[in-house]
Design a protein around this ligand. Structure first.
Ligand SMILES: [Ca+2]
Ligand SMILES: [Ca+2]
Ligand SMILES: [Ca+2]
Length: 302
């Protein structure tokens, strides 16, 4: 996997090297790979020992990221789903396809207690929509500061979209699109009217968090640069990012390549539905309902 990751990075960065240099900047200190001790064996199917990285500016420009930091592929496509499709890409081609080939780098910043995340998405067609989850290119980030196996039933959320509060959901889901908000057409959540923000926190108020995101489009690569706040309990108990801590984590890239022609995911022509591709393998329903279904970050440090 490491060799494949490196070859993907080389292939992708070969394309974007003059456009989105990941590294070579002087703004941040070098990322030191986190040593993994025997007691830090992976607990989830997808696991990263994340380095410490400070001094990142969230502006969509990755020149402040060190070139020593590892890139990870995002390559698990949701198939046989009524909301999403292959969008013309086969899963096996996600490492090299000009239609869609996404990678990311991630680190923890102990100075700010935030997770920093760079997502690079080579994507042939930029589509930004504001009506729902099905009409736009997007990135979804799932975080569980408690690293729990908590699970809630569908009924907690579905049918209560405007009332349910993020504190009731075991996984916080941050959403970002490469354009102006609103995200997913949300104008009201947890019982309150919301401004059209981007990024957004599903069922919550992102202004009560320190999370932010900036995007940039260079050639055929969309870059999302994030600083993300995890919570033991949203919004009053943020997670302390201490060395050795595990954080539940997944990152998902959504690729839509033609403007939506209908008003729901199910009614979009099957070949026009967006692709949904996750870092963590497996799909047992929406990530935010099941904290044990996402991967993990194992935090490095001194
Ligand atoms: Ca930056
Ligand atoms: Ca595409
Ligand atoms: Ca697209």
């Amino acid at each position: 996997m490491i060799d494949r990751t490196r070859s993907l990075a080389a292939a992708l960065l070969g394309v974007v090297s003059t456009l989105t240099p990941l590294g070579g900047g002087t703004g941040a200190q070098d990322a030191t790979p986190a040593p993994v001790s025997p007691e830090e064996k992976p607990a989830r199917p997808a696991s990263i020992a994340v380095p410490v990285l400070t001094g990142i500016t969230i502006d969509g420009d990755l020149a402040d990221w060190p070139d020593t930091i590892e890139l990870h592929p995002i390559r698990h496509m949701l198939v046989n789903d009524t909301n999403y499709g292959k969008n013309g890409v086969e899963e096996r081609d996600l490492a090299t396809s000009c239609d869609l080939s996404p990678v990311f780098s991630v680190a923890s910043d102990p100075d700010t207690d935030l997770i920093v995340l760079a997502v690079l998405v080579r994507d042939d067609r930029l589509i930004v929509g504001n009506t729902g989850f099905w009409d736009t290119d997007a990135v979804e980030v799932d975080l569980d500061g408690l690293f729990s196996d908590s699970r809630i039933p569908f009924s907690t959320v579905f049918g209560r979209f405007e009332e349910v509060d993020a504190s009731e959901v075991p996984v916080l889901q941050y959403l970002g699109i490469p354009g102006e908000g609103p995200v997913s057409g949300v104008s009201r959540s947890s019982g309150e009217d919301r401004d059209p923000v981007n990024p957004s926190l599903s069922w919550g108020d992102i202004s009560q968090t320190a999370t932010r995101m900036a995007f940039r489009r260079d050639g055929d690569v969309t870059v999302y640069e994030w600083a993300l706040q995890a919570f033991d309990r949203y919004p009053d108990r943020p997670t302390d990012l201490v060395p050795g801590k595990r954080i539940g984590f997944d990152v998902v890239v959504v690729d839509k390549d033609v403007p939506a022609s209908t008003h729901s995911a199910e009614t979009e022509p099957e070949d026009a539905r967006s692709a949904w591709v996750s870092w963590c393998p497996g799909f047992s329903g929406p990530r935010f309902l099941n904290a044990g279904s996402i991967g993990e970050l194992v935090l490095g440090g001194d």
